[in-house]
Design a protein around this ligand. Structure first.
Ligand code: AMP
Ligand code: MG
Length: 423
């Protein structure tokens, strides 16, 4: 920029990535917990410790199909010298046992059935010979063999699932085993997504020359869903102040968080920035990063509002750096970042030294010997560079060229194996 007079927009605050992240994270707080039925709570973070209200298992039961016996009756039993017992009944599953086991007696029992009174171990069906009501036991068993004792899994008062744990299959299972049909969790964040731009059309619609498909709301929708949020795609709005204001006001009612893309830059048609001026506490600023410099963030009606630039790669990177951690915090997560590794660059990565650069890379190799290959050029309209990548290599500000062979930090945004064989 050779002009001596800076356009007003360029004179706005310039933050480092960390500063911009810090300002956002200071403004967002976990959503108040709500009680949800277990299946709706799946994927949400538990808000309180949940303790067992009773011992689990609650009654002693058989771990095998077989015969409930008294250990002292079958001492010394072997195939060559079996012990014959008299079958006096059956222990039903799902009901209290009715037939006690006296000396010399036995009762047929199914896996999971309560242990009948008098018996203290189970002879599995494989270790007996059945001959009418005469049951020959072919092996001796200790007291307690194949008996599931009370409280073996969880003791009354013991924590079943700790606060802060994301409820996945195992957690839902153990909560249901402890008799909880509902859980107190931080709810999923509902996030409205609006694409702005006169040039945008729906994917698949007939494009006039100069029009392009709206990709940003799709990228964001997918990333939001992956983060566990509820994406609300509001669609496309032209660069028209009134239309935009109306769309924002309407969407705000349904959402906890609002994201726009496009229109926050310095152009004539950048109407989002003009609307944002008067909205809530929104601040527009630049971040010393590539891609994705112009940004806006603030609270509107107390709800976090992110104004992203329009370029599709900027949207992706901005989501990773600013939105994803904020949403995870709102949903009660304590771990807010992607897994990071150190990898050796396979090619030089050049760029503006004063900015932190996020280079889309494909990470291959093995732990301790990771390699990262850029998936294409740095320009922020090249969205295929993201779809071919599994990580963002971070080239810190102050490094004009990160050389091939140098080690860089890579934030992995998807499992490496998902791309194996596709590079
Ligand atoms: P803007 O930030 O509005 O100046 O847009 C910057 C660039 O991103 C332009 O090339 C736009 O056409 C493009 N762009 C803006 N919004 C979208 C979108 N939703 N999907 C794809 N490209 C977009
Ligand atoms: Mg635009």
């Amino acid at each position: 920029m050779s002009s001596a007079v800076l356009p007003q927009d360029l004179a706005r605050s310039l933050y480092s990535v960390e500063e911009a992240q810090g300002r956002i994270m200071d403004e967002v707080t976990p959503l108040p917990p709500v009680e949800l039925p277990l299946l709706e709570a799946w994927g949400c973070v538990l808000a309180t410790d949940v303790a067992a209200r009773y011992d689990i298992p609650t009654f002693p039961s058989s771990a095998m199909d077989g015969y409930a016996v008294r250990a002292e009756d079958i001492r010394g039993a072997s195939p060559g010298s079996p012990v014959a017992l008299r079958k006096v009944g059956e222990a039903p599953i799902g009901h209290p046992p009715k037939d006690p086991v006296g000396p010399g007696e036995t009762v047929w029992i199914a896996t999971g059935a309560p242990i009948p009174e008098g018996s203290d171990c189970i002879a599995p069906i494989e270790e007996v010979e059945e001959d009418g009501d005469t049951i020959r036991i072919l092996k001796e068993f200790e007291v307690g063999s194949f008996v599931r004792p009370v409280g073996q899994d969880l003791r009354r008062g013991e924590v079943v699932v700790k606060a802060g744990r994301r409820l996945l299959g195992p957690e839902l299972g153990v909560l249901s085993s402890a008799g909880y049909p509902r859980a107190l969790v931080h709810p999923r964040v509902r996030v409205a997504v609006l694409s702005t731009g006169d040039e945008l059309i729906e994917p698949g619609a007939m494009a006039a020359y100069g029009q392009i498909a709206d990709t940003n709301s799709y990228t964001l929708w997918g990333n939001l869903a992956e983060a566990g949020a509820v994406p609300l795609r509001l669609g496309i709005v032209a660069d028209d102040e009134d239309e935009l204001r109306a769309a924002i006001m309407e969407g705000l009612g349904e959402a906890d968080v609002f994201i726009t893309s496009g229109g926050v830059s310095v152009g004539q048609r950048d109407v989002v920035k003009r609307i944002l001026e008067g909205l809530g506490t929104i601040e527009r600023y630049k971040v010393a990063m590539q891609p994705g410099a112009p940004q806006a963030f603030g609270l509107v009606e107390g709800k976090p509002f992110f104004g992203l630039p329009g370029n599709p790669v900027s949207v992706f990177v901005s989501f990773e750096l600013f939105i994803r951690p904020a949403l995870l915090k709102m949903m009660g997560h304590s771990s807010l970042t992607r897994p990071e590794i150190r990898a050796v660059l396979e090619e030089d990565v050049a760029g503006p030294a004063e900015k932190t650069r996020y280079s889309r890379v494909l990470v291959t190799g093995t732990p301790g010997a990771w390699r990262a290959r850029p998936t294409g050029g740095p320009a922020s309209h090249l969205l295929a560079t993201v779809s071919r990548a599994n990580g963002l290599a971070v080239i810190p500000a102050g490094t004009p060229v990160a050389k091939a062979g140098e080690e860089v930090t890579v934030s992995l945004f998807r499992d490496r194996r998902l791309l194996d064989g596709q590079a």
